[in-house]
Ligand binder design. Sequence first.
Ligand code: NAD
Ligand code: UD1
Length: 342
Amino acid sequence: MHKIIITGGIGYIGSHTVVEFLESGYEVVIIDNLSNSELSVLEGIEKITNKKPIFYEADICDENEIKNIFHQHSDTKALVHFAASKAVGESVEKPLKYYKNNIGGLVNILTNMLEIGVNNIVFSSSCTVYGQPKILPVTERSPIIKPESPYGNTKKISEEIITDTVNANENLKAISLRYFNPIGAHPSALIGELPIGLPNNLLPFITQTAIGLREKLLVFGNDYNTPDGTAIRDYINVCDLAKAHLFAVERLLDNKSNFNHEFFNIGTGKGNSVLEIIKAFEKSTGQKLNYEITSRRFGDVEQVWADTSFAEKILGWKAETSLEDTVKSAWDWEKKNRGRVE
Ligand code: NAD
Ligand code: UD1
């Protein structure tokens, strides 16, 4: 049984990934400071899997604490690094919080990995590194542009830090997964996305509107150069996304990597407009959604979706869940959590 450390394992994507690893027989050690999550998620993980991951409430930036944890788990084979701050708007107002947590935290994690000899890391990157690509769908070889926000910049810099570190340490291997737009929840509805306060992202806003917590969804712009005028994204089911981490860790452990640091797009390969997402939601849940078109949101790209052929061919991973089932899973989760948000 391989031991794996998952930072940020109580968060949205992390918790679904912890479930995948536990169900595949890994021993999981979670490090999370609960800055954007709740301990109750651990109960959800345990109910789904009937297993108990080891949990440390600790800050990845805390040098002594992280050192202690790594020394207690020196038999760890790989680490999946989710822990980071992720609110784009907040990062514009508080850039140093983002550089400290996302960059400082990564440096501390890598330092301890090298010290103990944990030789494999999977990193949570984002399609934000591509900005608005000139050619769609976007491949891993598409140009990386200057990010719009400090948050986006931390993803670009983190990828570079990992590249420099693996280049200087031949035993260390890395895979960065560039997620497109993760949505949905575990089919059990025992874990899902728990946004704190007003959600920024589309799906939680839709489900909170449908359940009556919000009056209406504002659709940001219908004057884009797209078939229905609304912006297009690649919405990836969170459980499918979680599985990609398992594939990545197994690739690293099996020594199959072609390069010391590999990059994969993790999306469905399909773009959907905001109006298409609303329609999919209404169709799969039978709920009518109150929405209104408003002006574009500052900083939004017009359209982006992934070319996933590299992930399919090299990683052996492919998205499987339909958009309808994914949107329905987000709704089931919302219904179960009614009254808990806010
Ligand atoms: P999340 O906020 O739900 O999860 C992150 C977890 O990390 C939280 O549980 C939080 O408490 C923890 N954390 C944050 N700072 C920490 C610290 N200093 N020490 C210990 N724990 C800390 O976010 P998520 O949506 O699950 O995202 C996970 C990762 O994926 C992040 O790195 C994020 O940037 C990246 N990502 C997310 C998306 C998305 O749309 N959700 C898209 C692309 C990339
Ligand atoms: C946002 C971030 C991006 C991050 C990603 C995943 C911005 C500018 N970008 O991407 O850096 O990697 O989240 O966390 O914040 N929409 C509405 N009404 C709403 C909410 C969203 O119309 O109330 C639209 C948006 O304009 C967009 C689409 O829905 O076209 C998806 O939005 P969102 O879920 O916020 O993700 P991104 O903007 O793709």
